[in-house]
Design a protein around this ligand. Structure first.
Ligand code: SAH
Ligand code: TYD
Ligand code: ZN
Length: 407
């Protein structure tokens, strides 16, 4: 029997995607023979309703020094994190000599703004390559996985943190108990943990099944997050929706009783109860819609190919690993995927083995159709590539359902 990582309750299996590769492991032809696969299945806890992966590959396999994801790869996201840095500085870092710790600081996209203000900071980022890149931007970070032991070391070296921030990282860490007890040890009495992650409500509403892959261990709701935090003496005192990565929630978490729990929390809890987000039935209807997409997307691509059309992919996202592998999309259906990340170019996408090329290959000779795998960056990409649609090209999206859109 599988157990919940938050409360130890029993996990009920709600989704099964079959064998999947690691979504950010772009392979060379030599590496194809021993590519790593695991069973991508999702469970809901019968105790705390946390939706989570049942099997999680070892984090050391995923977050290596060559982990290719770059937070600064989207201008919109770089702006989002710069704005976040300014908001957090004004809200949480107003005392004397404040100290901020960021978990999953990646290429330093957020901390560089605070570093420029002279604010004491430390990023925690397991990928050594990213730690080096951040250092070149004036961001100090440590190449390590955050857990309780590391929290104690940081506290001994730097003192307690007024703010701990984590974007798209809390949901990545299976050993969440150690992370939360570490946060409890590291945070000042009046400090805040601010974290933001994809919201289960948006994933279900948008049929965004491609948010489900090896790195996304948890699919939070406010209710399940609250239950996860409570045993550590922490509570959500404020919550706000974010219009990035397909819909996220930003949680401001403080020690129990230290700040008033405001109406953003009480009203979202009521909305979640109305939407029955803690009911396995919500996942069952999601599963039916996902199965429809699994039929429709490859059917559309096969029709286009047999009509002699050229079809490519845009954005070699981690999310696309679930789409291509679950929907059986092969290089016969999609000629290549273009992506601006140099570390992905010249390699093959995980599992499906679609060649990854630079965006210049796309614009040099526009195809007839492009599947927008980076649909969460639609405005930025469709805007930058406006000549594609102007010349008659069509974008294909599959979230919330399979359709062609005008540019
Ligand atoms: N915060 C960035 C990066 C998100 S990707 C953004 O929102 O764009 C998730 C990051 O978390 C990766 O850079 C990964 O290396 C890092 N990570 C994974 N496990 C971690 C852990 N235990 N502690 C700190 N960072 C971790
Ligand atoms: P993203 O959707 O942010 O995340 P994930 O990999 O977790 O699903 O990834 C966006 C990818 O799209 C990234 O590899 C960079 C690429 N990209 C482009 O190639 N061009 C662009 O204009 C943008 C915004 C992103
Ligand atoms: Zn649970």
């Amino acid at each position: 029997m599988e157990r919940c990582r938050c409360c130890g309750g029993v996990l009920e299996k709600v989704l099964d995607f079959g064998r999947m590769p690691l979504a950010d492991r772009f392979v060379t032809p030599d590496e194809v023979a021993d590519e790593y696969f695991f069973d991508l299945t999702v469970g809901m806890c019968t105790g705390c309703a946390m939706v989570q992966l049942i099997n999680v590959p070892e984090p050391e396999l995923i977050f290596r020094s060559d982990y290719p994801y770059r937070s600064s790869g989207s201008i919109r996201m770089a702006e989002h994190f710069a704005a976040t840095a300014r908001t957090l500085a004004a809200r949480e870092l107003t005392g004397q000599d404040p100290f901020v710790v960021e978990l999953g600081s990646n290429d330093g996209v957020m901390l560089r703004v605070l570093a420029e203000e002279g604010i004491r900071h430390l990023g925690v980022e397991p990928s050594a390559g990213l730690v080096e890149l951040s250092a070149r931007r004036g961001v100090r970070s440590v190449a390590a996985f955050f857990d309780h032991d590391l929290a104690l070391r940081i506290r001994a070296d730097h003192g307690r943190a007024n703010l701990i921030y984590a974007a798209n990282t809390m949901c990545h860490i299976a050993d969440i108990g150690s992370v939360l007890s570490g946060i409890d040890a590291l945070l000042t009495d009046d400090g805040a943990l601010v974290f933001e992650d994809p919201y289960l409500g948006d994933i279900l509403r948008g049929t965004a099944f491609d948010q489900i892959y090896d790195e996304h261990v948890f699919y939070f709701t406010l209710r399940s997050a609250q239950r996860m935090l409570a045993p550590h003496g922490l509570e959500v005192s404020h919550v706000e929706p974010l219009d990035v990565h397909g819909g996220e929630l930003r949680y401001t978490v403080t020690r129990r009783g230290r700040r008033p729990v405001d109406t953003t929390v009480t009203s979202l809890l009521a909305a979640e109860d109305d939407a029955e987000l803690t009911d396995p039935a919500a996942l069952a209807s999601f599963r039916r819609r996902v199965e429809e997409t699994r039929e429709r997307l490859p059917t559309l691509l096969r029709e286009l190919r047999s009509a002699g059309r050229r079809v490519v992919g845009y954005g070699a996202t981690a999310k696309s690993a679930t789409v291509t592998n679950y929907c059986g999309i092969t290089p016969e259906l999609i000629e290549f995927v273009c992506d601006s990340t140099p570390a992905k170019q010249g390699r093959l996408t995980p599992g499906a083995h679609l060649p990854v090329v630079a965006p210049e290959t796309f614009s040099a000779h526009y195809p007839d159709h492009a599947v927008l795998f980076a649909w969460n960056h639609a405005t930025e990409i469709i805007g930058n590539e406006s000549a594609f649609a102007a010349g008659g090209g069509q974008w294909i999206v599959y979230v919330p359902e399979v359709r062609m859109i005008a540019g």
